[in-house]
Design a protein. Structure first.
Length: 659
């Protein structure tokens, strides 16, 4: 593995290749490889793309990179992102649908651009009445309902900075994020719907607020209308807040480099990082890539299945599609409610033209079988995309064949919360695809693969993925911690003395003889579970927080469905017995502390953890044990004799702990 010091070995080879379909080549807006050449002069390229959005005042300089790695794009320009996303479409195509909302129980709501603008203005006015002004942070903790995008846009309308916390996170995770951002207002729902169940969002929010004193007001969207406690003075329903507000609101002028949002993501060490994105460059980046990668046309019906709680939802449900005046589907629930064909029935119902989903879902669909997609007419689909983790070639092929009927190009899009927009992805009418490869960097993006010394690895080899020059939607900093921003992303492969700045993504990759990139997963201590980044350290901290636990080590082991599954190794305090009851209690404890998504799939009790002489936990060994591989070299172990013990225990415990 790369974190042991060696360059990653590229072992797997995949020979299949698919040219873009001719019907697409003839009709797509981008159908010539010339665009890649244009992208080489990247400042000019992005300046041209900046014409996609509405500016109030134009920039003095396309890129100011005089203080790397802190970029300023379109410096001197002013705008309000909602004017690009809403006002101009409400003026020219007021009746065009922005969102077809589909509730989990089958209830629907259609929001045109004119209606969406009205809603956003009402809430913007409401937030103002609560004292929110430009630069204030607003936390958002919601289910997938139409008010979710409205909440983001209402903040943007008044220049407030939104900080969305995924609705599946625990009260404690919510509190941490609110405290870090010092949010003044929280927008949430009474409850959210998930797989026929009700999730008590407001009750969770109340628990979070017990230890998050910065929040002065809570706005509660009544999704289910079931009674929830409202704290006088502090809490107000969305309906009450917006009822008498005008449906117009002058947009607050922001500079191109004013913050748009903070979104927390897991890092290698310590608490989550508040990734900060700004306005002008971000909007140019997401609008451009959304149009390019999905070959967007005016009568398309586009559907991204992500939750707005993650960056994919921010960039490709809210800002990118709306900037492009697209019509999107917004679905509240899970793929298997009421039955396992729900996604396919939605595609048939709305005649969806582009589907953007995650490898973990695709693998689940494969498991369920073709009978479910086969029930529906999905001939409307033109392009199918994936994001969130590496997709193995067999899942890619299944997606192309069963969902895309061998007709739709698969766009595997590599990017991150920090990059803001897609970075490596095919252009569907230009780039030949290979199963399992995200293909090549998009126009205007620079990437490379380097070895431990930072030298570019020749084609055919593997190493660390770096981005070689700035791009408009790049993260500007970590909120409140610029040093950590420099340290995490810009130190390992940069050489400031020589003027070399390379962004280190934390992913391993290889490049084949055609220059195609094949992502190999994280090289740091971050797991990727169902496409979500979870830090091993946070799960370890949650385990050690339990009074029975002395020490814990957590790793991600390969899992056929979720990509990685969380495997925990725990030593207990003396006198405590490791039994089934405690095991279940620990799993719930982690779910309580961080969220269900972080609940370990397996826990092994062990008397000692395998450590190096310097006291570092040997994660590779634990990974080997968890994946039932032959044990690796253990000679650097101080306590080698525990390893077999752990291995034996892992073997016997696994069966009883997995879901
Ligand atoms: O490891 C890569 C993986 O997800 C990480 C980014 O996670 P996050 O910031 O949560 O954003 C997810 C949605 C953009 C990356 O560092 N990843 C994302 N997309 C891909 C991927 N790995 C391989 N192939 C992809 N297409």
């Amino acid at each position: 593995m790369a974190n042991d010091g060696a360059t990653i070995e590229a072992l797997f080879s995949e020979g299949r290749k698919f040219e873009p379909p001719s019907h697409l080549k003839e009709t797509a807006a981008i159908n010539s490889a010339d665009i890649y050449r244009q992208g080489e002069d990247y400042e000019r390229y992005w300046a041209e793309q900046a014409e996609r959005i509405r500016w109030r005042r134009r920039w003095d300089k396309v890129l100011d990179w005089s203080n790397p790695p802190f970029a300023r794009w379109f410096d001197g320009a002013t705008l309000n992102v909602t004017e690009s996303c809403l006002d101009r479409h409400a003026a020219t195509t007021p009746d065009k649908v922005a969102y077809y909302f589909e509730g989990e129980e089958g209830d629907t709501r259609t929001l045109t651009y004119a209606a969406l603008l009205g809603e956003v203005c009402k809430l913007a006015n409401g937030l103002s009445s609560l004292g929110v002004t430009k630069g204030d942070r607003v936390a958002i903790y919601m289910g997938m309902v139409p008010e979710f995008p409205v909440a983001l846009l209402a903040c943007a309308r008044i220049g407030a900075v939104h900080s969305v916390v995924f609705g599946g996170f625990s009260p404690e995770a919510l509190a941490d994020r609110i405290n870090d951002a010092q949010a003044k207002v929280l927008i949430t729902c009474d409850q959210s719907r998930r797989k026929g169940q009700l999730v008590e969002l407001k009750a969770f929010a109340d628990r979070a607020l017990e230890s998050a004193p910065s929040v002065e007001h809570v706005v509660v969207v009544e999704r289910t209308g079931n009674a929830v406690a409202l704290k006088p003075e502090r809490d107000i329903t969305y309906a009450a807040l917006t009822a008498d507000q005008p449906s117009t609101r002058e947009a607050t002028e922001t500079s191109s480099e004013d913050p748009l949002y903070i979104l927390y993501t897991s890092g290698t060490t310590g608490r989550p990082k508040g990734i900060l994105h700004t306005t002008g460059g971000y909007l140019v980046g997401v609008a451009t890539t959304h149009a390019e990668v999905f070959d967007l046309r005016s009568d398309d019906v586009y559907w991204c299945t992500a939750d707005i709680g993650w960056v994919t939802g921010h960039s490709y449900i809210v800002y990118g599609p709306l900037a492009n005046g697209a019509t999107s589907v917004l679905y509240e629930g899970v793929p298997d409610y009421p039955d396992k064909d729900r996604y396919w029935s939605i595609i048939e119902k709305y005649k969806v033209t582009q589907l953007y989903t995650a490898p973990t879902s695709i693998r689940t669909f494969m498991k369920w079988g073709t009978e479910f997609p086969d029930r529906h007419d999905m001939s409307s689909l033109r392009i199918i995309g994936t994001v969130g983790e590496p997709i193995n070639p067999e899942a890619w092929m299944w997606y192309r064949r069963v969902i895309g009927h061998d007709r739709c190009p698969v766009v595997d899009t590599w990017w991150q919360t920090e990059t803001g927009n897609m970075m490596i992805s095919p252009l569907p009418a230009v780039t030949a695809t290979k199963p399992g490869s995200a293909t090549i960097p998009l126009p205007g993006i620079g990437a490379d693969i380097v070895n431990d010394d930072g030298d570019s690895v020749p084609l055919g080899g593997g190493g660390y993925l770096v981005l070689t020059h700035p791009w408009p939607a790049m993260a500007r900093t970590i909120f409140g911690d610029p040093d950590r921003f420099v340290e995490t992303y810009w130190t390992r492969f940069s050489d400031p003395g020589a003027g070399v700045w390379r962004y280190f993504a934390g992913d391993g990759a290889k490049r084949d003889e055609d220059g195609y990139y094949w992502l190999l997963g994280r090289v740091d201590d971050v797991m990727n579970v169902s496409g979500h980044r979870i830090s091993t350290l946070e799960v370890e901290s949650a385990l050690v927080d339990h009074p029975a636990v002395a020490e814990a080590a957590v790793i991600g082991r390969n899992d056929p469905i979720t990509g990685q599954a969380i495997a925990a190794f725990v030593t207990l305090r003396s006198g405590v017995e490791g039994n089934e009851t405690l095991l279940l209690e620990l799993r719930d404890h982690v779910a309580d502390k961080i969220g269900k998504i972080a609940r370990p799939a397996s826990i092994v009790f062990t008397d000692e953890l395998p450590k190096t002489r310097s006291g570092k936990i040997m994660r590779r060994l634990l990974r080997d044990i968890s994946e039932q591989r032959k044990l690796g070299d253990v000679t650097t172990l101080a306590n080698a004799d525990v390893v077999q013990e752990i291995a034996n225990r892992a073997q016997s415990m696994r069966a009883s702990t997995e879901e």
